[in-house]
Design a protein around this ligand. Structure first.
Ligand code: F6R
Length: 242
């Protein structure tokens, strides 16, 4: 694991942006794995700025999001599709063929999970996967205890994740209790992974990720087994590392 230490969130977003652009410009058909939440917002803003200023073209990229809530339509403001559409897909004028988010309203979830895995394979696998981390160590929505051998699947969200993520919903009752997520093995198949971590509230999770035992009880610890992982973290997040 390589760790890049940055001073603040702006620097973290800039470093993530540099990696995105490097991969985008070095491959003919780059495939990106993307996450939602607070952490990657700065990265997406920088990429959109670039597109508006005509510094980059994005017509040759393909994206796969890690996860989606079960039960939310694309148009729901709390859905991850909506988040991605407003911040990334729409401003970059990406086509539907270029972007992929699991369908939270699938009639047949087993079929949807298999289809998602197949689409990733057909695209040639993920070249660069961006990850955030939950305070409980989840990556994607793979909560503690998820088998390392898991592929895309439906999960029950933990109370702690529901509590943390309910900030994106008007009322707590709107917060879904299930999600569809790429599995740990699906994430580990990515050729390169960049984990973004900022803030003191993530310091313990980052310590466990880097220095803890590799254990299904702490999903992000699996990243120690990946040959090409970079962690970009700010000082507060790094504060508990030895
Ligand atoms: C979201 C995802 C989650 C988040 C994690 C951190 O697509 O996969 O694993 O990355 O919950 O969320 P934030 O960035 O909001 O702290």
């Amino acid at each position: 694991m390589q760790i890049i230490s940055v001073n603040d969130y702006d620097e973290l977003s800039k470093k993530a942006y540099d990696s995105f652009v490097k991969t985008m410009n070095s491959l003919e058909n780059p495939v990106f794995g993307l996450s939602t939440g607070s952490t990657p917002k700065g990265l997406y803003e920088l990429l959109v700025q670039d597109y508006i200023q005509k510094n980059q073209t994005f017509h040759h990229i393909q994206t796969f999001n890690l996860d989606e809530y079960v039960g939310l339509a694309k148009e729901h403001e709390g859905s991850y599709y909506y988040y991605m559409y407003e911040r990334f897909f729409k401003p970059l004028e990406l086509t539907e063929e270029q972007t992929n988010v699991p369908n939270g309203l699938a009639k047949d979830f087993t079929g949807e999970c298999e289809k998602y895995e197949q689409k990733i394979q057909n695209a040639g696998g993920i070249d660069l996967q961006f990850l955030g981390i939950g305070v409980n160590g989840h990556i994607g929505f793979n909560e503690p205890g998820t088998p390392f051998a898991s592929r895309t699947h439906v999960v029950e969200l933990t109370e702690s994740t529901m509590e943390v993520n309910s900030r994106f919903f008007e009322t707590k009752t709107e917060m879904p209790n299930k999600a569809i997520t790429m599995g740990i093995e699906s994430i580990m198949d990515s050729k390169e992974i960049i984990l973004l971590v900022n803030g003191e509230h993530k310091a313990e999770a980052l310590k466990q990720t880097v220095e803890g035992k590799v254990d299904e009880k702490f999903p992000a610890s699996v990243l120690q087994n990946h040959p090409n992982v970079t962690i970009i973290a700010d000082q507060p997040a790094l504060s508990k590392l030895n």
